[in-house]
Design a protein around this ligand. Structure first.
Ligand SMILES: [Zn+2]
Ligand SMILES: [Zn+2]
Length: 425
């Protein structure tokens, strides 16, 4: 009897295959036409060699960026029940609400203009959600402790786009999925029928276009502007670079991902001068204790010798990226991150591949679902460990365990919800 694959098996297989087709799959963020467009922009707008800074800075950030890329590429698989459930709940909720309010009744098979509208609604609403999750991570001090990882490097490369702690990425992904679900639900409610987004090569047409709109230059030193009229609507690479500036007057500006509309609406819009240069990084006065998160991670993974009592939460008073001492601190940071996350990420990847192959050989897909929860536990542990509540050792442990329990509960509830939707009670 043929056994059909569950959504989870499919997601895991997609993740493993995504590594083989990183450059060739249109849904991949590193799809080659997007990279090629970025390269053309870099050659054209980045001719001034003074823009590029010191090679040593790039090498120093590479291990952290690469580690984050590997870890975060697994998230869509790890969180597939949660993300699927969030978008389903959002779209069905919005469809019911809008349908009841001003629905026009069933329309039969939707035509392509309606599909285009659905794609636009999902893109715009998803982008709106990202504006607010991003802004939240700047506004709340302990969330900023996490987001600071993205802002820390003094140089920007396309890999910086993936430089987030996985648990932060979970929030952005979830927000984006809820937004997309609401957008689709809105159109479905208006049309009185489910309307899928218009796709080209299997990708929402607007997301495909955004990927081809010099998206990789956002995280680069290339000060590429968009034409003036367009800059009021879309965030150009140069505008996102302003977001990474360490200068006081640029702080908390240009939170948007694709659309500049939200920054204009909510008073955070800033247009850089033509060719304006920025010093990237986190301002010393703004904050300086990324080391704490890494210290917790080190302890959590048990790959670092325990430090003196009280030492692990010491705030380093040295300025970041400024003094030699600070540079040394950063070098220590990546070597510690590499030592702790590098082997774990590699083991984790090997573990997934081996488990998958085993389960295929044995013919039992159930083991994959169990594996999924083991991995969720690991990630939830890491996420909970990264939080830095100020309640002393016992209090912090309770907060972390609560976070862990909440993370797991959310995923189990999501899994149960999907099961009910699929197979009925
Ligand atoms: Zn930011
Ligand atoms: Zn950025």
């Amino acid at each position: 009897m043929a056994q059909t694959k569950s959504a989870l098996d499919q997601a895991l297989e997609d993740w493993i295959l995504s590594w083989a087709s990183l450059l060739t799959a249109p849904e991949s963020v590193l799809w080659w036409p997007g990279l090629a467009v970025g390269l053309v922009g870099a050659v054209w707008f980045g001719r001034d060699r003074a823009l590029w800074g010191r090679a040593a800075d790039y090498w120093r950030e590479l291990p952290v960026d690469a580690g984050c890329f590997i870890a975060n590429s697994a998230l869509p698989f790890l969180l597939s029940p949660l993300l699927f459930a969030l978008s389903l709940i959002a779209s069905q909720g919005a469809a019911a609400f809008v349908g009841a309010l001003l629905g026009v009744g069933a329309i039969g098979a939707p035509e392509w203009p309606l599909l285009l509208l659905a794609a636009l609604a999902a893109f715009v609403a998803g982008d709106f959600a990202l504006y607010w999750t991003h802004r939240l991570f700047h506004a709340v001090p302990w969330l900023w402790q996490s987001h600071k990882l993205h802002h820390a490097p003094p140089v920007l490369t396309p890999l910086t786009a993936f430089r987030f702690w996985p648990w932060e990425q979970v929030v952005h992904l979830s927000g984006n999925m809820i937004g997309q679900g609401l957008g689709l639900g809105l159109v479905a409610g208006l049309a009185g029928a489910e309307v899928p987004a218009l796709t080209v090569l299997g990708v929402n047409i607007f997301m495909l276009a955004w990927g081809l709109a010099f998206a990789h230059l956002r995280h680069s030193p290339v000060p590429m502007p968009f034409p003036r009229a367009l800059s009021g609507w879309l965030i150009s690479p140069h505008m996102h670079q302003l977001h990474h500036s360490s200068a006081d007057q640029h702080r908390d500006r240009n939170f948007g991902t694709a659309l500049a509309l939200w920054d204009r609406m909510f008073g955070t819009y800033a247009l850089p001068e033509k060719g304006e240069r920025f010093r990237f990084g986190v301002d010393e006065a703004h904050d300086r204790d990324v080391g704490i998160i890494l210290a917790v991670l080190d302890r959590l993974l048990g790959m670092d010798a325990p430090s003196e009592k009280g030492e692990q939460f010491r705030v380093d008073e040295a300025g970041w990226y400024i003094s030699d001492e600070a540079l040394q601190h950063v070098t220590d940071m990546w070597s510690r991150l590499w030592r702790s996350v590098g082997p774990a990420a590699l083991c984790f990847f090997a573990f997934c591949v081996i488990s998958y192959l085993l389960s295929v050989a044995v013919g039992s897909y159930r083991s994959i679902e169990q594996l999924h929860y083991v991995l969720v536990v690991l990630f939830a542990l890491a996420g909970a460990g990264l939080a830095r509540p100020p309640f002393g050792v016992a209090g912090n442990m309770i907060v972390r365990l609560t976070l862990l329990a909440l993370g797991l509960a959310a995923n189990f509830v999501a899994g149960a919800f999907i099961y009910l939707v699929r197979y009925g009670p």
